[in-house]
Design a protein around this ligand. Structure first.
Ligand code: HPA
Length: 253
């Protein structure tokens, strides 16, 4: 591992644990912004070290708008994390984003509100206006794409991620508007995670798994948890393998 490289995986819905981790050690970190979603889990896969953090908590009990994104990112930075792969379950909007497709977005539109979304708050010494023109790390995205190609998974190498507030799903009209805006996929946890990572100068990329057609898409049926869970189970198995496959190259960044 490069001296400066430390990898973290932030797990999303369907990836609340990472049982492939060997020599698991956990550490509770207190931050100026409060508690992280869970203890940080340190471990290794085939000798490649990483930190795992499930953003919804170990019992999957923290809703997207209640996640303490600032504490999570701050704690990872404090532990020396330089590169993050964020895993997010999403709905598919455009026609090439069907359930179980793995997607590496390259852009974001943020529709969230009332979240603690910056370190430049009242207590900051100076206000930061970070550049977010390209919100995701190209070097991480290239490695994830290579790993997906290697394992033969269907994937999309670019997409616009629309981040909504949740926890409810969207209306048909909201998804139609998002499509007009240029969104390809929709999820509830992509922001402010990506911009906080940028504020802390951490390389960050998203590995999204489509687990349902967004409202009004596909055959237009209403969205049930059964459908979501079914796609999540088989899709997340591929995502786990992909992450394991990508680790050697990520560690060399
Ligand atoms: N909308 C928003 N977030 C989601 C969806 C969706 O359809 N599916 C999974 N996360």
């Amino acid at each position: 591992m490069n001296n400066m490289t430390r990898i973290a995986i932030i797990g999303g819905t369907g990836l609340d644990e990472f049982s492939a981790l060997q020599n698991l050690r956990s550490k509770k970190i207190t931050t100026p912004y409060g508690e992280t979603s869970s203890v940080l889990m340190f471990g290794a896969i085939d000798g490649h070290e990483l930190i795992f953090l499930p953003r919804h908590g170990e019992r999957h009990n923290i809703a997207p708008h209640n996640i303490n994104y600032r504490a999570n990112l701050w704690a990872l930075k404090e532990q020396g994390v330089s590169h993050i792969v964020a895993v997010n379950a999403v709905g598919g909007i455009t026609k090439n984003m069907p359930p179980e497709k793995i997607v590496f977005p390259d852009q974001i539109i943020d529709y969230t509100y009332s979240r603690q979304h910056t370190y430049s708050d009242d207590n900051a010494n100076s206000v930061m206006h970070v550049d977010l023109s390209l919100p995701y790390s190209d070097s991480i995205r290239r490695i994830l794409q290579a790993a997906a190609t290697e394992q033969g998974s269907a994937f999309e190498s670019s997409a616009v991620y629309g981040a909504t507030q949740g926890p409810r799903l969207e209306t048909v009209a909201e998804i139609a508007r998002m499509e007009r805006d240029g969104c390809d996929i929709v999820g509830m946890t992509g922001m402010p995670e990506a911009s906080l990572a940028r504020e802390l100068d951490i390389e960050y990329a998203c590995c999204a798994l489509v687990v349902n057609w967004a409202a009004g898409k596909g055959d237009g049926d209403i969205i049930t948890m059964d459908v979501i869970e079914q796609h999540m189970r088989s899709g997340m198995a591929s995502v786990r393998q992909l992450l394991i496959g990508a680790l050697p190259a990520l560690s060399k960044l």
